[in-house]
Design a protein around this ligand. Structure first.
Ligand SMILES: NC(=O)c1ccc[n+]([C@@H]2O[C@H](COP(=O)([O-])OP(=O)(O)OC[C@H]3O[C@@H](n4cnc5c(N)ncnc54)[C@H](OP(=O)(O)O)[C@@H]3O)[C@@H](O)[C@H]2O)c1
Length: 338
């Protein structure tokens, strides 16, 4: 099979399309032929080792000290089960699925093996393979922070900073579905997008500083890392919560304490990657209550271009890469992109 690997940290040019042995599923695993995947913020961070100031050492311990430990990126996928191990009874060849390897990576390839009891669910019929692949990363992060960690309640006033990104656009839709009044912060060019997915109000971050003017919010969600606690606290209601999905290291370490001293809360950390949350967001999608936003869809041979778009920090929702079963004919070893 073909896969994109990287052996050093850096720009999208560190990626190479190489031929690897197609993996064989163990007794409790399944071999999945990948139909679509995405280039997520997780791929960007792992490839470029771009992390908040002071987190470099921890990032190297996680991703690999001198070189990447997991050479194939790709956090999420949709595909078709090709074969199953002898102990697998819950899925069968031909099933259309959504997989979320998450921090395990490995989806920038034509095939992947995953445990049958892992983060894998059936693809609803109302989602295309592209939409299905773009569902896990943003929506499970949004669901875990808003619902599990943040305990969002209907009627609350919620502000999402970075409302047009993968996590932000999922936050807008999920917060709206659970009855919140949602304000999205994005650039003017993405205002219509954020309104169309459920934003009640939109703030252009180039025109208005929501921490200096406007109402107080029950919940402020930062998916970008541009609004530290020292500013957000002024925009929070007396018992408000800040959800720090992306932010400064000092806020990750001390923000929780500072917030509690004011009777407020700052909730950070890492989103839980669980099959239960994946099931919940896929169920929302199946019922028409969530639909991932797709910026552009690239062919597998354009993986490096897809990474370059993500590197801009201004993608709209998700950047999808489709994996054509005939890509072998397009991706002969001599034609593989460098
Ligand atoms: N804590 C966790 O467990 C966890 C889990 C998943 C992701 N994350 C982190 O969450 C972050 C977001 O991920 P993502 O996939 O949503 O990224 P993304 O899709 O790349 O986010 C891009 C969006 O950010 C917006 N943006 C850029 N500058 C902005 C600003 N100054 N103010 C407001 N919005 C701005 C852009 O909107 P415009 O083009 O309109 O500027 C764009 O739509 C990443 O840092 C990722 O590492 C954390």
């Amino acid at each position: 099979m073909y896969a994109y690997t990287y052996n050093e940290y850096g720009s999208p040019d560190v990626l190479n399309c190489v031929e690897l042995p197609t993996p064989t599923p163990k007794a409790k695993e399944m071999l999945i032929r990948i139909c679509a995947t995405t280039v997520s913020a997780g791929d960007w961070r792992a490839r470029s080792l771009t992390v908040p100031a002071g987190m470099g050492l921890i990032a190297r311990l996680v991703f690999g000290f001198n070189r990447p430990r997991k050479p194939v990126l790709g956090t999420e996928l949709s595909g078709i089960i090709e074969s199953v191990g002898v102990d697998v009874t819950t899925f069968q060849p031909g099933d259309e699925v959504i997989g979320f390897p998450g921090a395990g990576f490995g989806a920038h390839a034509e095939y992947i093996t995953m445990p049958a009891n892992g983060k894998i669910v059936r693809k609803p019929e109302n989602l295309t393979f592209e939409e299905a692949a773009a569902t896990p990363f943003g929506a499970t992060t949004a669901y875990d922070f808003l619902i599990n960690k943040g305990k969002l309640r209907a009627g609350e006033r919620v502000l999402i900073n970075g409302a047009s990104g993968s996590v932000g656009s999922a936050c807008v839709q999920i917060a709206k579905h659970f009855g919140a009044e949602v304000t999205g912060v994005c650039s003017a060019s993405n205002a219509d997008l954020v309104c169309n997915i459920g934003g009640d109000l939109v703030i252009d971050y180039n025109a208005v500083d929501f921490t200096k003017e406007g109402p107080k919010y029950d919940m402020v969600v930062d998916t970008v890392g541009t609004v530290p606690w020292s500013r957000v606290r002024h925009a929070l209601a007396p018992k408000g919560r800040m959800l720090l999905i992306a932010g400064e290291t000092s806020d990750m370490i001390l923000g929780g304490l500072k917030a509690r001293l004011r009777g407020q809360r700052l909730i950070g950390g890492v989103a839980s990657e669980s099959v239960d949350i994946l099931r919940k967001v896929v169920d929302l999608a199946a019922r028409g209550n969530f639909r991932p936003v797709i910026d552009q869809s690239f062919d597998f041979s354009q993986m490096i271009t897809a990474h370059a778009l993500v590197d801009t920090g201004h993608k709209k929702g998700n950047v999808v890469v489709t994996v054509d079963p005939n890509s072998k004919s397009k991706l002969g070893a001599n034609e593989a992109p460098q």
